[in-house]
Design a protein around this ligand. Sequence first.
Ligand SMILES: C[S@@+](CC[C@H](N)C(=O)[O-])C[C@H]1O[C@@H](n2cnc3c(N)ncnc32)[C@H](O)[C@@H]1O
Length: 429
Amino acid sequence: MQLSDSLKARYLCLQILTGVFKKRKSVSHILESQRVSVSFYKDSDVAIAKRLSDFIFLHLNSVDYCIDLYVKKNIKLEVRNILRLVVAEYVNKGCPDYAIVNSAVKLAKLNKVSSFFSGLVNAIARKLVLNLRKNELVFKPELQANFRINLRKYYTEDVIQKLEKLITKRAPIDITISDKKDINFFRKQLNAIELPTGTLRLENSKGFAQLNGFRTGKWWVQGVSSSIPVKLLGNIYGLEVLDLFSAPGGKAMQLISAGARVTCLDLSLKRIETLKQNLCRMNMEAEIIQANIERFRTEKKYDIIVIDVPCSSSGTFRKNKDLLHLNPTERVYSLKKIQAYTLEAAKAWIKDNGTILYCACSLFPEEGENQTKKFLINNEDWMQKVICPAKFDLEGDWVDKHGGLRLRPDHLFDFGGMDGFYASLLIKK
Ligand SMILES: C[S@@+](CC[C@H](N)C(=O)[O-])C[C@H]1O[C@@H](n2cnc3c(N)ncnc32)[C@H](O)[C@@H]1O
């Protein structure tokens, strides 16, 4: 398909909206498949498409309210998505009104369903840009009902309200410095804040790849919460580690920089490519296995197995606003199986005195606390090693009553919060 440069980002935004609202796919999944099949998107197209779609995901009710002022009956999703894009573009002031309307009509003509309604799109898009200018509309961000209801099962109203405040703020960019001795240097160089656990938080996240130390492999981007689990392993110098679900390699790079000999396993070729690029930039080496965990077999035994499971990623909803619209219950149901399978399988690959580090960037106990509990019930010769918060510069309430790490987005609230994360350490009795 021939698309003008000005239409590409908008077209990609529509692919994202269709993928999330119709096919129930996550944005990262959609982008991965789009980039493979359509190699003509530039990074700037992806950034614009993501910015516009994020606006829609976060303000869906307000955006639809604007549209519904001008449509009398139900409209097809394909048409509604184009009009949602019109509202998002108008509010985000990307280009003149006539260009917003023109591109909406062109986009409508590109799709079999919406092409029948290009006249309607034209009429409503014109009304929207005219009247949005007149009306002082309030775009109210919100956790979507489904997501909120699910979280409310486990977290207090006070916590949820804090999450609602945080979601309106830009997700921060955190970095892990490879050599601890360099933390102070890069804190000053990059004008960063040092968080209590040693992660640096960048004040200005734009163009981080150009910043001092990135290309030369002095640091990598890693959210503070996902950097904590590996630290719980203590001194791992010289140990053999199997890093399951390894790509894009945040934890692998931590393990290697701590002196471990690491074997990485992941299913996705595309993500393994990113892992390889990351290791190459950091001048690090690891054995890399591309395999489905369910088919993976080995006779080798490891000192440590890191299991950073595929999960609902609900802890990262601030970065991935599409998650607010993807029914978490549906996704957790199938993911729980691979999580439990991997925990059981890992027993065969660990040395007798070895440690399993289980972790998930999820806020739902089904993928975290309950998986640990189930594993311990089924394996009476295993126990949970209690994490001591003071030893790792953690706050006391980040560790649950069983000794597992439970991080919530409202932790470090005054610094701008963090992703939700769970981790537990499992050892043989
Ligand atoms: C949470 S991410 C891992 C993040 C990584 N540990 C890090 O720190 O950068 C989950 C990974 O699991 C991989 N994955 C999903 N299903 C898999 C399977 N059946 N077998 C192997 N890897 C799988 C995905 O490709 C993805 O890279």
